[in-house]
Design a protein around this ligand. Structure first.
Ligand code: BGC
Length: 382
């Protein structure tokens, strides 16, 4: 029988734990199951995944407060996830000058993380994350980016089909759609020279925006192993409310999903000064649920862009990140997470929650428990 749900997820699906239980312990590892079948409507054998962010994508592992360990991969597998996206900042561990040698000790750490995922019978996504210098000065960093991929592909080409590559997380800034299309084609040529059949995930410009996936991402023709990727954080004023890495107009707390709120809320002065944000809050405070910008219409718009990409390219699509910050109202987080995940699954789009223990946290690594309400939103049948 193809794997669909792990024991934690299965218990939720059967209603054993319900949607409002206290945090549940991680079940025993004895319940490991075989690899998953694709979601109906999808051609890629991924279903439900999680990002292990803030470790190998920190400037150095540990600098952002935690490190990867075996118990985490164990817990992820046992909970019912079938793949793990591993964000990795290769650029922080490589020489500045050609041939841009990647530090061997760092490579060994990445090997270990990939081994962990494979050992737990999941698919590992090697995701090149936070190459900020490339976004700031693409011309100066393009050769290095390509040279780093030459080494990554050479290192992992012997791995089985349960290792995927993701060329670059969230292209943005001066790495415009046009610049990105040119650079991704070069990096892909390097990968294909040594690893022709590997699944390669490619994000669209503007932080993997669905709209850019539909309108600007240009992928080399004739490569059936490419996967288009987008991230879903809309409405961003809900999912990123109060995020310390966001600018002041994103700091208004108490935004609910779905809107409108029971009583209008006043956006912070910094939010009122930015016209699209002020306009968003006017609609949020007044429009009925069906038209509210913090509601299903916004989510449907994103998925419509994704449909357009699929219609245009015939390629599979992957939702590499979605999540709502833990500062948001818990019931709203659950409602939003459930809706996004259901809309993705309806269309055969595999999803990967952001993240396990960062600001969007699903897992408590000290107590080794999952947030049961969010797990319900991810795994309970509709
Ligand atoms: C970034 C994280 C951030 C998340 C949501 C990720 O791609 O790496 O730092 O928390 O997106 O904004």
């Amino acid at each position: 029988m193809p794997r669909t749900l792990g024991p934690f997820a299965l218990a939720l699906a059967l209603g054993v734990l319900g949607g409002c239980t206290p945090d549940a312990p991680v079940p025993s590892v004895s319940a490991r199951l075989p690899a998953p079948a694709p979601l109906p409507g999808s051609s890629i054998p991924l279903r439900h995944g999680i990002n292990v962010g803030n470790r190998l994508d920190a400037p150095t592992e540990g600098e952002w407060g935690s490190t990867l360990d075996e118990t985490l991969f164990e817990a992820i597998a046992v909970a019912g996830f079938d793949h793990v996206r591993i964000p990795i900042r290769f650029n922080a561990h490589a020489a500045a000058a050609a041939p841009y040698a990647i530090d061997e000790a760092f490579f060994r750490r990445v090997d270990w993380a990939v081994d962990q995922v494979e050992h737990h019978r999941m698919t590992a996504i090697i995701d090149f994350h936070h190459y900020n210098e490339l976004m700031e000065d693409p011309a100066a960093h393009a050769d290095r980016f390509v040279g780093l991929w030459r080494q990554i592909a050479a290192r992992y080409r012997g791995r089985g089909p349960t290792v995927y590559y993701e060329l670059l997380n969230e292209p943005n800034g001066k790495l415009t759609a046009e610049a990105w299309n040119a650079i991704l084609a070069r990096a892909l040529r390097e990968v294909r020279a040594v690893d022709p059949g590997r699944k390669v995930i490619i994000d669209s410009y503007f932080w993997a925006a669905a709209k850019e996936l539909a309108t600007t991402l240009a992928l080399p023709a004739g490569d059936a192993n490419l996967i288009g990727s987008f991230h879903m954080y809309q409405p961003i004023l809900f999912t990123h409310q109060g995020a310390p890495w966001m600018t002041p107009e994103f700091q208004t707390p108490g935004v609910l999903f779905p809107g409108p709120p029971p009583a209008p809320i006043a956006p912070l002065p910094a939010a009122q000064k930015v016209s699209w944000v002020a306009g968003w809050f006017r609609k949020y405070n007044t429009l009925p649920a069906a038209e509210n910008p913090s509601g299903p219409t916004t989510i449907a718009e994103e998925f419509e862009y994704v449909r357009q990409f699929t219609a245009k390219t015939g390629l599979p699509v992957y939702l590499g990140e979605f999540g709502a910050i833990d500062k948001a109202d818990p019931a709203s987080r659950v409602a939003w997470t459930r809706m996004v995940r259901q809309e993705a699954e309806k269309r055969g789009i595999p999803w990967t929650y952001w993240d396990d223990a960062g600001s969007f946290k699903l897992y408590d690594p000290k107590a080794r428990t999952w947030n049961a309400d969010l797990m319900g939103a991810l795994f309970q049948p509709r």
